[in-house]
Ligand binder design. Structure first.
Ligand code: RET
Length: 251
């Protein structure tokens, strides 16, 4: 008999709670943007778009959309009989990857502008980031539980290291050039970002990857990370930016 791994009440409730938090954050960030002249709204607009996108994705997941069952056959090792398998169907929330493929580039643009990263470096970081999310999607989904999913996972992790490298090496140098206050703030917020982002592949490995975590726990783990990576990150960035004229962008 097949085993179904899917969302229950606690997961569903969590999806709705995060949806509401993302809506509130979007309203707050949009409201903050009205207090500055139009020419100074870029960080506000980017950050608001990030939480609006997340709201849409969470709404889709909470209403049961953006989810698909992924099937894998697991060998029954305890039977000592060759060729006995049991089928596992697990929900894969592909709406997350749609969200991440847009919002992680926007988050990188936020950080790149803050650091004063040049266009070429920022573009390379964004492309590596998109490769990371799409190969992560193949790992979760395209490979139907075959061993090569960890191959896709490895490619995604290498792409992630490229992203971190651009932030850590280039971003640190260019942000320092904008003054020691900007340099210090960049190290703090980019360090926070790297710590939070690094937890995503770890959660993925335990949940979608090896299926050792229930779908509800997976939802809760990503919920905590998403709140830190989007509304908390966004509030910190916008509040600090408002106090640091050196972070203004000339458009
Ligand atoms: C995956 C799995 C494959 C390996 C790696 C991953 C990294 C994901 C990251 C996601 C960040 C998401 C954010 C969302 C916004 O709230 C795709 C999980 C490396 C870093 C910041």
């Amino acid at each position: 008999r097949p085993e179904y791994q899917h969302v229950h009440e606690s997961g569903s409730r969590t999806l709705w709670v995060v949806f509401v938090i993302m809506i509130i954050a979007s309203i707050a960030f949009a409201g903050m943007s009205w207090r500055v002249p139009v020419s100074k709204r870029l960080y506000y607009v980017l950050t608001t778009m990030i939480t609006i996108f997340a709201s849409i994705s969470y709404f889709a997941m909470a209403t049961g959309h953006g989810i698909s069952y992924n099937h894998i056959r697991v060998r029954e090792s305890h039977h000592h009989v060759p060729d006995t398998f049991h089928d596992v169907y697990r929900q894969v929330f592909w709406a997350r990857y749609v969200d991440w493929s847009v919002t992680t580039p926007l988050l990188l643009i936020d950080l790149g502008l803050l650091a004063g990263l040049n266009g070429a470096h920022l573009l390379m970081a964004v492309v590596a980031d998109v490769i990371m999310i799409l190969t992560g999607l193949f790992a979760a989904f395209g490979s139907e539980g075959t061993p090569q999913k960890w191959g896709w996972y490895t490619i995604a992790c290498i792409a992630y290291l490229v992203v971190v490298w651009h932030l850590a090496i280039n971003g640190r140098v260019t942000s320092k050039a904008k003054g020691s206050k900007v340099g210090k703030f960049f190290i703090a917020i980019a360090g926070f970002t790297v710590i939070i982002w690094t937890l995503y592949p770890i959660v993925w490995g335990i949940s979608d990857g090896s299926r050792k975590m229930s779908v509800d726990s997976e939802i809760i783990a990503y919920a905590v990370l998403d709140i830190l990576a989007k509304p908390v990150f966004g509030a910190w960035l916008l509040i600090t930016h408002a106090r640091l004229p050196e972070t203004d962008i000339d458009l």
